[in-house]
Design a protein around this ligand. Structure first.
Ligand SMILES: [Zn+2]
Ligand SMILES: [Zn+2]
Length: 346
């Protein structure tokens, strides 16, 4: 789909969706927003001008995602072999999964923020150590032994749908690059991922936001065994960074376009403020683990005990991100009892 001449929205399905089912959802969801179990698709963007072809994000490395990407590029007179530069907003498998395959086909330059480039090896080339790290992490956060092994292995299955490749160029944010007549600025927006980036084109007032800002859902902002610091503080600061930009069209990687960025930023901020209040209330007088808090808060998709292990893991991670933020701003304390972390009211 053409956004403006030179910028095209493509679509690649998630592994559990067919191209047709994903396209059907894309064509109806904007008029009738609704909750869908599991994300159906990723929206890569092709920027093609003055003989330059750049792709922002790609999709999972499945044959149907590749077919869909190829068909989308063909509609706009291009082909995956023509990609010169592949910019990855963050290295989650739905955005980065096909990067290795595209690199092989086109010898494109793969551009990733340095904070995300750091985790490519541990996550995709040598992931075995992760399972151990993860089970220690589960134990520390009060996850019962019976749940822990499955939760630790949780997302290993997704590796078969990822074709990893090291970054050719690592960026920090603040860099600019040209695609024909377009001038893009890279903005570092950590939170959902430590090296998440957005791309801003000030002349056309276009902002490509990856998973950082989405029209109805909020990205998972999570603490897991590889995180350091407070990702939710990073995320809130990264939202503020976008507040003063002159933007007419926001191009996210899921759902659909946003035309009122400021309004959406305020909605996301107030969502997290409500979530923080709720999490704080779910901490017991005697102290609670992240697992206990996650079991008490409301999740739009059901309750913790009914979730698949990998969803439980991200619920615990998301709970932790909020608890850590409350700790940082002085609304909660934390203490270690018998190797387990407990959160307390101050
Ligand atoms: Zn993501
Ligand atoms: Zn995503």
């Amino acid at each position: 789909m053409q956004i403006i001449e030179g910028i095209y929205q493509l679509l690649t399905p998630f592994p559990q969706f067919t191209i047709e089912a994903a396209k059907e959802i894309r064509s109806t969801i904007q008029a009738a927003p609704r909750v869908i179990k599991g994300l159906p698709y990723v929206l890569p963007y092709m920027i093609r001008d003055g003989g330059d072809t750049v792709l922002v994000d790609c999709g999972w490395n499945t044959d149907s995602a590749y077919e869909s990407l190829e068909a989308g590029m063909k509609e706009h007179n291009s082909h995956p072999t023509e990609v010169q530069k592949l910019v990855i907003t963050h290295v989650h498998p739905d955005h980065y999964g096909m990067a290795g395959r595209l690199k092989q086909l086109s010898s494109c330059e793969v551009v990733v923020h340095e904070e995300d480039a750091k985790v490519i090896t541990a996550r995709y080339f040598a992931p075995k150590g992760l399972i151990d790290e993860m089970s220690k992490f589960m134990e520390k956060n009060g996850v019962p032994n019976a749940n822990s092994p499955e939760m630790s292995r949780g997302s290993m299955g997704m590796l078969m749908n990822v074709s990893p490749v090291p970054a050719d160029t690592q960026v920090k944010g603040g860099e600019t690059f040209k695609v024909g007549d377009f001038d893009f600025e890279i903005i570092w927006t950590p939170g959902h991922s430590p090296g998440h980036i957005c791309l801003y084109e000030p002349n056309r007032k276009i902002l490509i936001t990856g998973d950082h800002v989405l029209p109805t859902i909020t990205p998972n902002v999570s603490i897991h065994s590889q995180t350091s610091g407070s990702p939710l503080s990073d995320y809130m600061r990264s939202l503020e960074l976008l507040e003063d930009l002159d933007v007419e069209t926001v191009l996210p990687a899921h759902e659909y376009e946003i035309f009122d960025l400021k309004k959406r930023l305020r909605e996301i901020e107030s969502h997290h403020k409500m979530r923080l209040d709720e999490m704080e209330k779910c901490v017991d007088a005697g102290g609670s683990t992240a697992w206990e808090v996650a079991g008490r808060v409301k999740w739009t998709t059901g309750s913790l005990s009914d979730f698949e292990p990998w969803v439980q893991r991200s619920a615990v991670g998301e709970t932790l991100a909020h608890l850590e933020y409350l700790y940082e701003i002085g609304r909660l304390a934390k203490v270690i009892r018998n190797k387990t972390h407990y959160w307390l009211h101050v």
